[in-house]
Design a protein around this ligand. Sequence first.
Ligand code: FES
Length: 105
Amino acid sequence: MSQWIEIAHFSALPDGAYERFAFDDVDVLVFREGDHLYAIEDLCTHDGAELCGGLYLNGEIECPRHGARFCVKTGKALSAPAYGAVATFPIRITDDGVVELALTD
Ligand code: FES
């Protein structure tokens, strides 16, 4: 069972960009596009590189190591050399503008 974790205030997240949040067992990238947020694991499915630092454009992040691209909405791999999807996490904004993330088991 997952639990919602407060990570930031929505206004603190830059539009059209992403930020990295580190937890005990997982690192997560949170992307903001206008009023929408997406969260994926910071772990490339090709060879385990961090995706953080990769180019983020048009809803896709490019792995800085070998250039695989992933959809930040679905986690789906969009180009070789990665074929498996990265993990995604539920994310929401409360009425008070607090961003909460659920780390699933
Ligand atoms: S480790 Fe990401 S594309 Fe190779």
